[in-house]
Design a protein around this ligand. Structure first.
Ligand SMILES: Cc1cc2nc3c(=O)[nH]c(=O)nc-3n(C[C@H](O)[C@H](O)[C@H](O)COP(=O)(O)O)c2cc1C
Length: 332
């Protein structure tokens, strides 16, 4: 039988959603508020600098969420996840692995390298490992390392986007993978979450939707730009990371650059990916996925999740109504 998310997660989730890790955007407040509202919150480890801050964030999340669970045992409180770069050239790799052993997050999300070593550590204490992949070659490779889930980063995603259409990506990966699938890319609404499930995914991975949350670390101007942007304000470019990413055109213009004259950044270094030069690019030039057009308001994480729940239920009812009509017998 196909593997899905653990049974006990259903008691902790209000929606089958992970709020995706975002450089310079996802911090402990966003993660905590997602979890308190029944959505898995995650952050990329490089957001916590220096390493002592990461230790603090992880300890604090465990403590605060445990206290909330004790205070309200009936409340659905989701697990939190940490995202880490696992490329061998990443300088904090060993230190971050030590912190994983210490704080034991229920879910670890790996990017940019083989998750094999992380799998050994996390499985030892009963946690799960999901690996994010943006093409079939990496999906196959990651599938062989013993991970529990694959995160399919499809076209239109915020950050470093893939190039495969989401529906096609799930279908292709399902031909060789019976583990958990998390679908990413331009999912910004409750009906998008339902569509991801209908396509065969277990969970939806939503980044852009949560940038506007008042608890994110994003700049207010970034939030306002998102509210005022549509998909036509997004450009896919390798000018800032050397890897193709979806960026907001108004932020490029604001930084004094001409979006029509961008040139590929040559050097891709997995440490500086999240180091100073990259930070400068991502601090001044902002990313968003094609789902940006569905975002019309700056609001709290709790309100975003409430809206997603309503949209999800409405979409479900619509699908049920159509399906009932399709099943209706023809009466003469
Ligand atoms: C501003 C921004 C920063 C991101 N930073 C990271 C990161 O540091 N690590 C990572 O694995 N993915 C990163 N991503 C990608 C997200 O984790 C996720 O794959 C993506 O946001 C999903 O697509 P969506 O934004 O269309 O929902 C980033 C995305 C955005 C929008």
């Amino acid at each position: 039988m196909r593997k899905s998310i653990p049974e006990n997660w259903w008691n902790q989730l209000k929606l089958p959603v992970i709020s995706a890790p975002m450089f310079l955007v996802s911090g402990p407040e966003l993660v905590k508020n997602c979890c308190l509202n029944g959505v898995i919150g995650s952050f990329p480890a490089p957001n916590a600098r220096p390493i002592e801050v990461l230790d603090q964030w992880m300890g604090q999340l465990n403590e605060e969420l445990e206290a909330a669970r004790t205070a309200e045992p009936e409340r659905k409180i989701a697990p939190w996840a940490m995202n880490m770069v696992v490329h061998s050239t990443y300088s904090r790799l060993q230190d971050e692995l030590e912190l994983i052993k210490k704080h034991k997050p229920q879910l670890v999300i790996t990017s940019l390298g083989s998750p094999k070593h992380v799998v050994e550590i996390v499985h030892e204490y009963g946690g799960l490992v999901f690996s994010d992949v943006s093409d079939l070659k990496f999906a196959r490779k990651a599938a062989e390392t013993g991970v529990d889930g694959l995160i399919l980063v499809s076209s239109g995603a915020g950050g470093h986007a893939g190039q495969i259409n989401s529906f096609a990506f799930v279908d292709m990966v399902r031909t060789f993978w019976d583990g958990i699938i998390v679908l990413a890319g331009a999912i910004s609404t409750g009906k998008g979450i339902l569509a991801a499930q209908a396509a065969g995914a277990d969970l939806a991975y939503m980044g852009t939707r949560f940038i506007v949350a008042t608890e994110s670390m994003a700049h207010d101007e970034y939030r306002e730009m998102l509210v005022n942007s549509t998909q036509e304000d997004i450009i896919l470019t390798d000018a800032f990371s050397g890897v193709r990413a979806n960026m907001l055109i108004p932020s490029i213009v604001k930084a004094g650059l001409d979006p029509a004259q961008l040139v590929k950044k040559e050097k891709v270094d997995f440490d500086t990916m999240h180091g100073k030069s990259e930070a400068k690019a991502w601090r001044d030039i902002w990313s968003a996925g094609h789902g940006v057009g569905a975002i019309d308001k700056i609001e709290s994480t709790a309100d975003i999740i409430k809206r997603l729940e309503v949209e999800y239920q409405e979409a479900l009812e619509k699908v049920n109504q159509s399906s009932a009509k399709l099943r209706r017998l023809k009466v003469k």
